[in-house]
Design a protein around this ligand. Structure first.
Ligand code: ADP
Ligand code: MG
Length: 891
């Protein structure tokens, strides 16, 4: 019978594994917004997002509400890595009736303790931050805002549940005329333990409290804590794991003794896990086991056992003494005799065995819970191995090596991928609470400075509306015959009067010049669709910025090479030339370059017809079989290629190296071209928007720094806020400013970050991917020789997000002006239109397109705008323009 009892109280490893699995499931349930309400484990966000970094400094006050007393603590941190915190503390016994009295009386009592404590320390009355340790389940919405969900541990003060306990404490403190004391942080005791065990070198990221009750907390990836609005970094989550099993998921390991303990408790059916683990219950589990065994005549034969019917006769403390290897037997005898039993030697031995399995089981269950937490952390950080420190507090762990040994070894078996170092908490939760408070203050100050620095980059809705209105104004100026010369948005006619109708046929050559790559293509437009072959050619910077002759010679050489490779030397194919720089177009095949952009500056080209320059180069190179029929801008090519698939596509947009847009305008509005009938595609050249100073107030110092270092300073101002050539540079300058202000990388100088263009715009795409483990952000930064802490990574991501969000929103403001103008032109209440888009930034950035589309909808609510990504628009589009032109030319 004793064997049977022992067996029932022993949980085999496979079962522990299963318990771990269920715990993991429950954790996920508690973290998810959808299932949170039904979860047993509440996984409460604590709004503690950082561990100490050693720079914390100043005087701090902590008040801790405990089971029978209130503890106050004063701590002075010197900013020296928290090596020598000076602390004094005082314990105030709490009258028993307070626990069950009014909430007001409780908080008044706590505030009085604070006043008495401060009276004993003569300090100047400067502002004093206070951290409040409140070991009950709270629904926290900020570090200093926490509603009590429900009382436990014998407390039941009136008028507190559902209220903000920070507020209640602050009011009570104010009543004591201590208004210089600010309650800045509230935390649970587990969080205090975690922070107490944390050092600068070795942050502690998990804590267990195994005391009368049990609970745990850990640093979770913030984005998985769906109940909090944080998406970056980590946040400490209070698991409230004592409630694990309340849905019956532990019933297969609960013994009849556990059932009885539960029934006799003040909260039957609740806190199932806690009742298997907490020291409030271990003595009781043993008592019920002994009672049963005595009833079955397996123990204490011949002596009266009625005394075992009394709740609490066997204390957990005694159970823990009995399991001791050396003195345990003597302790067992003494404990049993103390309650009036007359145990035999064998009884004592068996009682010791029972006590051992009960304690071992508690330790093993804790281990299963801890293993679940560790595995969860390891998985969500996408690590193969997790190395972590676990702070532990509570009498079960502190005084009893056996408990600790089992906890550690079983954790190792159940989560072999995690290496946990266990740190017993030496001075309780108070020190940790002071740290949390100090960290909160440090972060708040840090946050204020970061916000101040980034504020100019955060455009309000009103700012964007103004940009939209200005864009509209510039568009009208650019279209007007008289005003055209003074407009920053040039609104260039393209002589493209219609989008494809699908009847275009033929074989064409196409060139794509004006971005990162120069390409030559052959495009076959047939009944069954468009087929293309292309080749990328490099244009060396020396050629981009050398003479025009050299540039166009190089282009002809590339064409010849391509024709050779494609076996096209013998044919004279019509050629469409995508030339993505601002041109004054005088016909479909005549385009005078107005200015270079995007890093080009070849001499002798501005003011010349680029088709002519191409033809001249062909002559020089003896390449006589070249028939240029159309010059198009890449925006136009993009619109045309998307228009081939979607007839509603009447806007082209590029967000790549540069940014630009085109759209179909009514001929009667185009003052710069004769004729009133039909429409013509207008190449806006919106990259130059703002070059006349109209956007000066939204440019930041960072934008000015970027602009100064470009080869076209003061030009293409709108483009320099939006496109791929510049976003990385803007980020780089912001990072430098943050370092300078000691807000990033501990203020350490970063020589490599001084290099122009070292921070690529594609880094923004990688860094901003949702759910990307921050260690990958770190890896990117490491390549730049930047040693980023966890917080540094979070801040770098925030900078990237700010810069790309602004770019997307500005782009939306520009497009809003376009679609609204088109809607007005056509006298429609609603306009449905498609935008053909190209550009690597638009296509690859994880959020740019979504932010652009959302803001556009917001700014132009009467337009339904669909976005269609173009597949190789500049190549295909040039061919389609050529095809349309050829078709028109034929008799
Ligand atoms: P172009 O506009 O010159 O025709 P692209 O559309 O390919 O060429 O755009 C190139 C630009 O895209 C580069 O300036 C680069 O900064 C940016 N870029 C490249 N890769 C990415 C990426 N993964 N995410 C965001 N931007 C990128
Ligand atoms: Mg391009």
């Amino acid at each position: 019978q004793v064997q049977r009892a022992l067996l029932a109280l022993t949980i085999p490893l496979e079962m522990l594994q299963a318990v771990k699995g269920r715990m993991l499931q429950d954790m996920r349930k508690g973290l998810s917004r959808q299932t949170h309400a039904q979860a047993n484990m509440r996984m409460l966000p604590t709004y503690i997002c950082s561990t100490p970094d050693g720079t914390e400094k100043g005087d701090l006050l902590v008040v801790e509400l405990c089971q029978t007393h209130v503890r106050t603590l004063w701590m002075t941190l010197l900013g020296d890595g928290n090596r020598s915190p000076q602390a004094t503390n005082k314990i105030f016994d709490m009258p028993a009736d307070i626990m069950k009295g009014t909430g007001e009386a409780l908080f008044d009592f706590i505030a009085q303790c604070v006043r008495q404590f401060l009276a004993g320390i003569s300090r100047p009355q400067h502002r004093l931050p206070l951290g409040f340790v409140f070991p009950f389940s709270c629904r926290q919405t900020r570090l200093d805002k926490a509603e009590l969900i429900s009382w436990s541990k014998g407390f039941s003060c009136s008028d507190v549940e559902g209220k903000d306990v920070v507020q209640l404490l602050q009011s009570a403190i104010n009543k004591q005329e201590l208004s210089h004391v600010d309650v800045v942080a509230l935390m649970n005791d587990t969080v205090g333990t975690m922070m107490t065990c944390s050092t600068v070198e070795k942050p502690c990221e998990v804590a267990l409290v195994i005391d009368k009750g049990t609970n745990s907390c850990f640093m979770a990836e913030a984005q998985q804590v769906e109940m909090a609005e944080e998406t970056s970094g980590r946040m400490c989550v209070n698991t409230e794991w004592g409630c694990f099993g309340d849905d019956g998921s532990l019933s297969d390991i609960m013994t009849p003794y556990d059932q009885r303990v539960d029934q006799e408790s003040s909260n039957p059916g609740q806190k199932r896990f806690e009742k298997l683990v907490g020291s409030l219950y271990l003595g009781e589990i043993v008592r019920h086991a002994l009672t049963s065994l005595a009833a079955e005549k397996a123990l204490f034969v011949g002596s009266s056992v009625t005394v075992l019917g009394t709740k609490g006769v066997l204390k957990t403390q005694q159970v823990l003494e009995i399991i001791d290897n050396e003195e345990g037997m003597a302790k067992a005898r003494k404990a049993l005799e103390d309650v009036g039993l007359r145990p035999s030697e064998r009884d004592c031995c068996r009682v010791q065995q029972i006590c051992r399995v009960v304690v071992s089981r508690a330790a093993a269950l804790c281990a299963a819970g801890l293993a679940a937490i560790l595995s969860h952390m390891c998985q969500s950080r996408e690590l193969e191995q997790l190395v972590v420190s676990v702070g532990v507090d509570g009498e079960l762990f502190r005084g009893h090596t056996r408990f600790g040994e089992i906890l550690q070894s079983v954790t190792g078996l159940l989560a072999p991928e995690c290496m946990a170092t266990f740190l017993p908490s030496v001075d309780g939760t108070g020190r940790g609470a002071a740290m949390v408070t100090a960290v909160a203050l440090r972060l708040a100050a840090h946050r204020r400075e970061v916000d101040q620095l980034l504020a100019p980059l955060r455009l309000s809705r009103a700012d964007l509306e103004r940009v939209q209105a200005l864009m509209r104004q510039e568009m009208d100026l650019g279209l007007g015959r008289e005003s055209h010369a003074n407009a920053s948005v040039r609104m260039l006619p393209t002589y493209v009067r219609g989008t494809p109708d699908g009847t275009e046929r033929g074989e064409f050559l196409a060139l794509d010049l004006g971005g990162t790559n120069f390409r030559v293509l052959v495009v076959r437009v047939a009944q069954d669709g468009i087929r293309m072959a292309s080749e990328i050619y490099v244009i060396p910077t020396a050629v981009m910025q050398g003479t025009g002759e050299a540039l166009f010679d190089h282009i002809i050489e590339c064409i010849m090479d391509f024709q050779l490779k494609q076996d096209l030397m013998e044919q004279v194919l019509p050629l469409g030339f995508t030339f993505s720089f601002p041109c004054q177009q005088l016909g479909l095949d005549k385009a005078v370059l107005l200015s270079w952009t995007k890093g080009f500056s070849a001499s002798g080209c501005v003011g010349q017809d680029v088709v002519q320059l191409l033809r001249e180069a062909a002559q020089r190179k003896q390449h006589l079989a070249l028939k240029v029929v159309a010059v198009v801008n890449d925006t136009v090519g993009t619109m045309m290629s998307c228009g081939y698939d979607d007839p509603k596509c009447e806007i082209g947009l590029i967000v790549g190296t540069g940014t630009n847009a085109c759209y179909m305008e009514e001929m009667q509005n185009v003052g710069t071209v004769e004729g009133e009938q039909g429409r013509m595609c207008i190449n806006m050249e919106w990259g130059a928007f703002g070059d006349n100073g109209c956007l000066d107030d939204i440019f930041t110092d960072f934008d000015r720094l970027v602009d100064e270092k470009t080869i076209n300073a003061g030009k293409q101002r709108f483009e320099k806020l939006i496109s791929g050539m510049y976003l990385g540079e803007i980020v780089r300058h912001i990072l430098l400013a943050l370092v300078e202000k000691q807000l990033l990388f501990c203020g350490k100088p970063c020589p490599k970050l001084q290099t122009k263009d070292i921070f690529k715009t594609k880094f923004l795409s990688t860094i901003e991917i949702d759910g990307l483990a921050l260690r990958q952000v770190r890896a990117i930064l490491q390549d730049l020789e930047l040693q980023a802490s966890f917080e540094d990574s979070v801040l770098v991501r925030e900078v990237c997000q700010t810069v790309s969000l602004r770019a997307a929103h500005l782009c939306a403001a520009g497009l809003a002006a376009v679609v609204e103008k088109m809607r007005e032109n056509r006298g429609l209440a609603r306009l449905a239109v498609t935008v053909g888009v190209d550009g690597t930034l638009y296509k690859m950035h994880p959020h740019f397109s979504q932010h652009l589309q959302q803001m556009l909808q917001d700014l132009a609510p009467n337009c339904t705008v669909t976005f269609l990504q173009s597949e190789d628009g500049s190549g295909k589009g040039a061919a389609l323009v050529a095809a349309v032109a050829c078709r028109g030319a034929e008799p």
